[in-house]
Design a protein around this ligand. Structure first.
Ligand code: SF4
Length: 192
């Protein structure tokens, strides 16, 4: 059975879309192979590209603070992105780039089998939840689709740049442990 390490190695060598050309490092994602919670952002930014790790810039610092606020450790969750190489100048990834890269994310999800998937920002949300969903309406709610449980949240970077969203994101984040606890107890009952 493949491991996260196998997938990361492939990402580092990947040439399946043009994004690798301007990137310094591939950013496969980081965290626990047995994580209950899988956070998914859109793509690496400048600092992530430099270090080869997800969410290590200002948005990552904010994400760390929110994890600490609910007594979760970064090493207990998994943090990844829709695309694994940085789009130049932080532009949105093109649909073909997303299509090329998504199998890596799906393989990571298949290895980890998280109880809860938390999408960060509207782009990540739209990969898994209906196209007519609006993040302003659906943030912080729980959705079950194709046997998976999702909670879409605002992206930490958006909350940094639009101060009004900061408190909303913090409040949504506080709901996650309770959502996870409930999901795990339901899963436990279903598996009996
Ligand atoms: S962004 Fe994804 S598909 Fe494109 S080169 Fe990087 S790993 Fe491969």
């Amino acid at each position: 059975m493949e491991t996260l390490h196998d997938i990361a190695k492939e990402v580092h060598d990947c040439r399946k879309c043009p994004l690798f050309k301007d990137a310094t490092h591939g950013v496969p994602g980081d965290g626990n192979e047995k994580a209950d919670v899988f956070f998914i952002g859109e793509g690496p930014g400048a600092e992530e590209d430099k270090q080869g790790k997800p969410f290590v810039g200002a948005a990552g610092k904010f994400l760390n603070e929110m994890l600490e606020s609910v007594a979760w450790k970064r090493e207990d969750v998994f943090i990844g992105n829709i695309v694994k190489h940085r789009p130049p100048n932080n532009r949105d990834p093109e649909p073909e780039e997303i299509i090329a890269c998504l199998p890596y994310l799906e393989r990571q999800l298949a290895v980890i089998k998280p109880t809860l998937i938390v999408t960060l920002g509207r782009h990540a949300m739209h990969q898994f939840l209906p196209a007519d969903f609006r993040i302003s309406q659906e943030h912080g709610k729980v959705f079950r689709r194709h046997g998976r449980l999702y909670v879409p949240l605002y992206h930490p970077a958006a909350a940094l740049y639009h101060g009004g969203l900061r408190q909303t994101l913090i409040e949504d984040f506080q709901k996650l442990p309770k959502i996870l606890k409930k999901a795990k107890s339901i899963g436990h009952e279903e598996n009996k």
